[in-house]
Design a protein around this ligand. Structure first.
Ligand code: PDD
Length: 281
């Protein structure tokens, strides 16, 4: 078992993979990405991740380096080659390598990079205890639905959260809570579960979609609607979703306990349902 990389068709050990220093991903953050994971041998939500990658690339005029079936095949091959059972797959597409100039180069070939390494799971103690979050002003651009490499606001927000002893930062724009720096946001009000609607100010998470689809079978009312910061402050429960954290309870928001200050029953039920869902696929 080994960590491996793929750069424009060439496989190597992760530590040996290189791209040009003139790559526009390196110089401008001019690219898009996906983070995907496997559960055992099954790649979770691959079709959804690839179609989001395609949509992100199209939004910023980056040409896909291969057809979706070829991308799918390369990902499955990488999973076999690396040999881990729970794999974190990272895919990055950039506008290629060219002498530095903001304007798109006349001709460039999309740089296609993938890495395969063992998934780092959220420690069980953290899942059982729940996490803290803090709010921060949303200083991102107006195309947050594009999974762009430009993550500086997210990096700064996540670092500020870490320095405050919190796990995640929640972006707040004009009085509305949007999402985390690397996760989607849900708030529970009795049996009603609210998450901000799709649009230009959130990344439409693959995990978010699954959680929205699971709620009704547990008798929860799932609601995609604006989530006011002031309402988030009085939610019974708050939880975050993403490929890497699945469904994670929040027990403190800006230093104040959420609900009883411990993981809530609704979040726990949804996490259990999510786990059954991934195992059944
Ligand atoms: N982040 N919102 C943002 C801003 C994200 O970066 C992510 C994922 C999500 C959740 O999306 P999904 O459920 O499809 O993973 C929401 C990945 C994990 C990352 O950047 O590492």
């Amino acid at each position: 078992m080994s960590e491996i990389a793929f750069v424009n068709g060439t496989w190597s050990a992760l530590s040996e993979a290189v791209v040009s220093i003139q790559d526009r991903g390196f110089q401008f953050g001019d690219g898009v990405y996906e983070v995907i994971r496997t559960y055992g041998k099954a790649v979770f939500g691959l079709r959804e991740h690839l179609s989001r990658l395609q949509a992100s690339a199209a939004e910023i005029d980056i040409l896909m380096p291969a057809s979706l079936p070829s991308l799918d095949a390369a990902i499955r091959l990488g999973c076999e080659k690396c040999g881990f059972s729970d794999i974190q797959i990272y895919i990055q597409l950039t506008r290629g390598s060219a002498p530095r100039n903001h304007v798109y180069p006349d001709s460039s070939q999309t740089t296609w990079v993938m890495t395969f390494r063992e998934t780092k799971k959220i420690p069980q103690e953290m899942r059982e205890a729940g996490v803290s979050i803090v709010s921060t002003e949303d200083i991102r651009w107006a195309k947050c639905h594009v999974k762009s490499l430009n993550l500086l606001p997210n990096v700064l927000a996540k670092e500020a959260a870490a320095r405050a002893g919190a796990f995640e930062a929640i972006f707040v724009r004009e009085g509305k809570a949007m999402e985390g720096a690397a996760s989607n946001l849900f708030a529970v009000f009795n049996r009603r579960i609210v998450t901000p609607p799709k649009g230009p100010y959130i990344l439409s998470g693959i995990t978010r979609e699954v959680v929205l689809s699971l709620g009704p079978s547990l008798d929860f009312e799932m609601c995609e609607a604006p989530l006011l910061f002031k309402d988030l402050c009085v939610a019974d429960e708050i939880f975050l979703t993403s490929t890497t954290i699945e469904v994670l309870s929040v027990v403190r928001f800006n230093g104040t306990p959420v609900g009883q200050g411990q993981p809530g029953k609704t979040t726990q039920a949804l996490h259990k349902a999510f786990q059954s869902y991934v195992q059944e696929r």
